[in-house]
Design a protein around this ligand. Structure first.
Ligand code: EPU
Length: 454
């Protein structure tokens, strides 16, 4: 059993280690993958749900927690402002979860009985988007917040103007100074706000703020991602009055206080999609289990159109490689469209299709950094503005490559699995921000994958 203080120490140690040392993933490609792989809880649901700890003194007990680096950062931030809790300890009725892949599903019980300080240091959160998700809950609970400007993957411009606009309309005064956002308010008040564009964390921030605001808030043009719905479900369990008369609209009647709750985090659809693609690339016969197929409708449609050998069962996918794949034309869109977080991984698969595929990225303006590295592996991909043209089928071969962001890392690992010979992926720590035990999970499927540090 770990205490939350211990997670914080581990996290700080790992963060320092990241700055100094290069983590290298080495893969001997060409091995067929077979067996079962269990999907962890969704990182992008767990992040706002942990931020919701700030909204009430009562404990929140989560099961299916993915213990990835971004989550450790969020836990460290909570700890810094006064949270107490236990990881993998007795959790009400919950307990450490047994999983068929032999790895452990994590549980956490965490409470914020009193906020020690509403200030989160830049050192703690600089690598993630965690800090921005704390702004709304901290303002709502104590009328004050100081958080660092959010970091996260270098995938292009990542604006936060909707978050700030919404909170200002609710009565907050927000200043930006020296990489920090400082905000103050009396009690936040309910507003009617239509998001000018879809924002996942923007919707989550305002939902949490509105849960404790005075009066009623109506949010329109909200993000439809399953992670947003999972947060709304948690907030309701905490006593928030949230209804959704139609998709994309939330009506929140603010409460004066919320209470603790137990919650099982939804499966990570992006991790599930990544292993499904791995199965289509290199699967002898792999089963991806603990998935919610409804969350991946768009990817499943694309794979079906390509002629991939995929079967959908109850809570699981079965995938085999070896099929002749047709090319595809794909555009990233907010949910339920094709997720930008699977764009890089699908691009790797499209290098194996017979013909020219097109992938257009509409969410982020710099999310093709994996392309140059895939080309080093022998892919033939050309980027023209917001579109990548992928000419297949390419015979991938091992090379020394470098990763720049979380999902690019996964795409390069997938490339390494099908490339002949050895692929060395440098700067690989990004992978561990969002994929729980990926090397171990792939090893269990038969991949020859090792991690070293230099
Ligand atoms: N945008 C604005 N103004 C805002 C907010 C967003 O113009 O105030 C723009 C952004 O610049 C971007 C688009 O809207 O072009 C979408 O941004 P969004 O706010 O939805 O992204 P996010 O909330 O920062 C989350 C995920 C990302 C995922 C995106 C899109 C979390 C913690 N992060 O980011 O996940 O790519 O939604 O689905 O939920 C990842 O896991 O690898 C990852 C990057």
């Amino acid at each position: 059993m770990y205490s939350v203080a211990l997670i914080e120490r581990q996290n700080v140690a790992r963060a320092r280690f990241h700055n100094m040392k290069n983590i290298i993933i080495s893969i001997q490609g060409g091995r067929p993958l077979a067996g079962r792989v269990a999907v962890s809880g969704a990182k992008n649901a767990a992040l706002p749900e942990l931020a919701a700890v700030c909204l009430s003194p009562g404990p929140l007990a989560f099961s299916n927690l993915p213990l990835v680096e971004d989550i450790k950062v969020m836990v460290a931030a909570l700890r810094e402002i006064g949270a107490e809790g236990e990881l993998d300890g007795p959790l009400g009725e919950g307990r450490v979860e047994a999983r068929t892949d032999g790895l452990q599903g994590h549980t956490i019980r965490v409470a914020m009985p009193a906020l020690r300080s509403p200030r989160v240091s830049r050192q703690t959160t600089q690598t993630t988007r965690a800090s921005i998700l704390l702004l709304g809950p901290l303002l709502a609970r104590c009328g004050e917040a100081r958080v660092s400007m959010p970091g996260g993957c270098p995938i292009g411009e990542r604006k936060i103007d909707f978050h700030l606009q919404g909170l200002e309309l609710m009565g907050a005064e927000i200043r930006s100074e020296e990489d920090y956002l400082t905000a103050r308010c009396r009690r936040l008040r309910g507003i009617e706000y239509e998001f000018p564009g879809k924002s996942v964390t923007g919707t989550e921030n305002l939902l949490m703020a509105a849960a404790l605001a005075e009066g009623t808030t109506v949010l329109r043009n909200c993000a439809l991602e399953p992670e947003v719905d999972d947060l709304a479900a948690l907030l309701r369990k905490m006593g928030a009055a949230i209804s959704s008369p139609e998709a994309g609209t939330f009506i929140i009647h603010g409460r004066t206080s919320l209470h603790g709750a137990d919650h099982a985090i939804i499966p990570d659809r992006i991790e599930a999609g990544t292993y499904l693609i791995a199965g289509c690339l290199a699967g002898n016969d792999i089963i991806v289990e603990g998935v919610e197929p409804a969350h991946l409708g768009c990817l499943l449609d694309i794979l079906a159109g390509m002629g991939a050998d995929v079967r959908i069962g109850a809570g699981e996918f079965q995938a085999r490689g070896g099929a002749t794949l047709a090319p595809a034309a794909v555009v990233t869109e907010p949910y339920p469209g094709f997720p930008t977080d699977l764009q890089a991984q699908l691009t790797t698969l499209l290098t194996q299709a017979e013909g020219v595929s097109r992938v257009r990225e509409t969410i982020f303006n710099d999310r093709f950094r994996h392309v140059g590295e895939l080309n080093r592996l022998g892919a033939d991909i050309e980027v023209r503005g917001d579109e990548a043209l992928i000419r297949g089928r390419a015979r991938l071969h091992g090379a020394v490559i470098k990763t720049t962001d979380l999902r690019a890392s996964a795409a390069l690992v997938l490339g390494g699995l099908v490339a002949t010979g050895e692929t060395r992926i440098e700067n690989s720590y990004q992978l561990f921000r969002g994929y729980e035990n990926m090397p171990e999970k792939l090893q269990k499927l038969g991949a020859a994958i090792t991690i070293t540090q230099e």
